[in-house]
Design a protein around this ligand. Structure first.
Ligand code: IPM
Ligand code: MG
Length: 360
């Protein structure tokens, strides 16, 4: 098969982790006789430096013209003082919106080999957990108006949070469809004790649930969910939630699986098209030091093969290679054991890439 992949390396550790994912994809091409054509697309800080804006129309058009987008990460202290509309992160929001990527899937799974990197107690971990955050990605607070004005001699800022029925319905359908293929349980997370947008969320999610009698629905307030994630993460199968809550809870879900360096993500529209990126940020503190964990990006590339290219066997192969290197003891700094790191093989970003390519 021949596919065109838009590559957005981005900022901070972005280039290092994307390079390792590309090596893994090239190995898959070699093994299965596929051809992937890569096109570099600029976004975030690297785009600001080159063009003055975080995403050009041409970059968005190039991404649209590809079969899928693989992204590293954007942002860093260098651009922190830019106004909101010229920050690297704005490029990410523009590409999500511009490509209609309303469904963000973030699977959080505790690899048995990484139990010792998990910050939770043994009795809470038990035989591990396996959940997926289904996050609405093109609505809510992120896309309302953001304004700071002077009123009565002081600055007043506001951000507008709105959701329409149709925006809630389409992500809810996604969540229930995914649950049907997993353990048939959706936890819908909102703040309906305070917010109107959450009360509408809850109403629409319950309407959608009527079409999925085989799926159990639990409503949960977001503050309680944050607590339950560390108290008893095993209770979760699909966490269905709006944009901002999903941003926060997916970081938490990833950390209870040992490290945010392991959490992949897929952002999908109504078609097979998707943007694939690790859930973590650009980690400027470790950028360029060969310390980053490339696994989240490599697993995101596997999701790309599965969801956008229907290459299930190839995706399984990458996921098995990741399990194998963890089994062999390869560890980047973020996933070293808290308890007994002696038997582990310490590697950097490139070393982890080498091990995964070798396992393939
Ligand atoms: C994420 C990131 C982004 C978000 C930032 C970089 C804008 O935190 O993908 O989780 O908040 O969506
Ligand atoms: Mg985030």
């Amino acid at each position: 098969m021949e596919k065109k992949i838009a590559l957005i390396k981005g900022d901070g550790i972005g280039p290092e982790i994307v390079d390792q994912a590309v090596r893994v994809l090239d190995k898959i091409c070699e093994k299965y006789g596929h051809t992937f054509h890569y096109q570099r697309v600029l976004m975030g800080g690297e785009s600001i430096d080159a063009t003055g804006v975080p995403l050009t129309d041409q970059a968005l058009a190039d991404a649209k013209a590809s079969d899928a987008v693989l992204l590293g990460s954007v942002g860093g202290p260098k651009w922190d003082s830019q106004p909101g509309h010229l920050r690297p992160e704005k490029g990410l929001l523009q590409i999500r919106k511009g490509l209609g990527l309303f469904a963000n899937l973030r699977p959080a799974y505790l690899y048995p080999q990484l139990k010792e990197a998990c910050p939770l107690r043994e009795d809470i971990i038990g035989d591990g957990f396996d959940m997926i955050v289904v996050r609405e990605l093109t609505g809510g607070l992120y896309f309302g108006t953001h304004e700071t004005n002077e009123e009565n001699g002081e600055l007043v800022a506001h951000d507008d949070l709105r959701y329409s029925e149709s925006e809630i319905r389409r992500i809810a359908v996604k969540g229930f469809e995914i649950a049907k293929k997993r353990r048939c349980h959706v936890t819908s997370v909102e703040k309906s004790n305070v917010l109107d947008s959450s009360r509408l969320w809850k109403k629409i999610v319950h309407e959608v649930a009527e079409s999925y009698p085989e799926v159990e629905l639990t409503d949960m307030l977001v503050d309680n969910c944050a607590m339950q994630l560390v108290k008893d993460p095993k209770q979760f199968d699909v966490i269905l939630t709006e944009n901002m809550f999903g941003d926060i809870l997916s970081d938490e879900a990833s950390m209870v699986t040992g490290s945010i360096g392991m959490l992949s993500s897929a952002s999908l529209n109504e078609t097979k098209f998707g943007l694939y990126e690790p859930s973590h940020g650009s980690a400027p503190d470790i950028a360029g030091k060969d310390l980053a964990n490339p696994i989240a990006t490599i697993l995101s590339a596997a999701m790309m093969l599965r969801y956008s290219f229907d290459m299930d066997k190839e995706a399984d192969d990458i996921e098995a290679a990741v399990r194998k290197v963890l089994e062999q003891g390869y560890r980047t700094p973020d996933i070293r054991s808290r308890i007994s790191p002696e038997g582990e093989i310490a590697v950097g970003c490139k070393g982890m890439g080498d091990a995964i390519v070798a396992a393939l």
